[in-house]
Design a protein around this ligand. Structure first.
Ligand code: SF4
Ligand code: SF4
Length: 299
């Protein structure tokens, strides 16, 4: 399986200190995605312009770069018509061209995760699988989950929920908490923002609630220009009223920290003019009140 990052000492992806593995590949394509490098399931290159020393090694390696080399600033344009063969990254001496996605076997991943077991034990933390959509890689993750479970290590999964129900079912025996994203209820808005309808997501949520409700944490990204208004947040509250025994819901205010990734990957960034949203802003406070008014346990 391809992993973009193993983040240690995370305090925001479940309870306690957690080590988070970010898997590559997702079934959604959210316009605001904070981890756009995890959407594509294949290895790919990312270009850090500021690290380029204009040595031209990549230009000699790749015909496509040769044709598009920008002689004005002496840096390559690697994103035009790139075939993703990764050869340029192999010759780049400065790290300006970086390969995103490292292949891990189940054993490699287990070894990387078990290293932090002391921190899990001390803090009540554990491992969180994130992405991308980790539930797309259940066949490779199950052996890791089995071994972590044998060691009594807590396992959480961050999921957007847009996978077959079977992918949930198969991991149920191992998962401590599901951090389940609900972005909006309106299906057309969901398609506009995330590139796909939300029917399967809401059906999976319902099934998951009926099998392991106490392990469900609902995460609601609050995105300006998408769902950050009372109508959409109230729709979510009304939906969640039918699921009173979820562990809790929490708002995830938009942050702009991924904007450099969009630039490095030459991706269109619909949110380049937006700043970080304050978790203590009046807007978020109003949304919290709205949830409380519907008796939804909000963190
Ligand atoms: S990944 Fe391959 S095709 Fe793409 S820019 Fe690099 S060498 Fe050229
Ligand atoms: S090989 Fe790397 S450092 Fe050299 S020109 Fe290409 S991107 Fe820049």
């Amino acid at each position: 399986m391809l992993i973009t990052n193993i983040q240690r000492f995370s305090l925001h992806d479940g309870e306690g200190i957690r080590t988070v593995a970010f898997l590559k590949g997702c079934t959604l394509k959210c316009r605001w995605c904070h981890n756009p490098e995890t959407i594509n399931k294949n290895r790919q290159i990312i270009f850090h312009k500021s690290k380029c020393i204009s040595c031209m090694m990549c230009r000699k390696t790749c015909e496509r770069i040769n044709k598009k080399f920008n002689i004005l600033n002496n840096i390559p344009d690697i994103c035009e018509n790139c075939a993703n063969c990764l050869k340029c990254a192999e010759v780049c001496p400065s790290g300006a061209i970086e390969i995103i996605g490292r292949e891990y076997s189940s054993e490699d991943l287990y070894d990387a995760l078990i290293r932090d077991r002391e921190f899990y034990a001390e803090s009540g933390g554990g491992v969180t699988f994130s992405g991308g959509e980790p539930l797309l890689r259940t066949s490779e993750l199950i052996p890791v989950m089995k071994k972590l479970s044998e060691e009594k290590i807590s396992i959480d999964i961050e999921t957007a929920g847009n996978v077959r129900w079977g992918n949930f079912e198969i991991v149920l025996p191992y998962i401590d908490k599901f951090l389940f994203d609900i972005k909006c209820i309106d299906e057309n808005l969901h398609k506009y923002g995330a590139g796909s309808l939300n029917k399967q997501i809401l059906e999976n949520f319902n099934k998951l609630y009926n099998t392991s409700r106490n392990s469900l944490i609902v995460r609601i990204p609050v995105i300006p220009g998408f769902n950050a208004d009372e109508k959409n947040i109230e729709d979510i509250a009304l939906f969640l009223k039918d699921y009173p025994q979820i562990k809790y819901a929490e708002f995830m205010p938009f942050h702009a920290t991924a904007s450099h990734k969009y630039e490095d990957m030459n991706l269109k960034n619909d949110f380049e003019d937006y700043k970080n949203m304050d978790a203590n802003s009046e807007l978020i406070k109003r949304f919290r009140e709205l949830f409380k008014a519907h008796n939804i346990n909000i963190k």
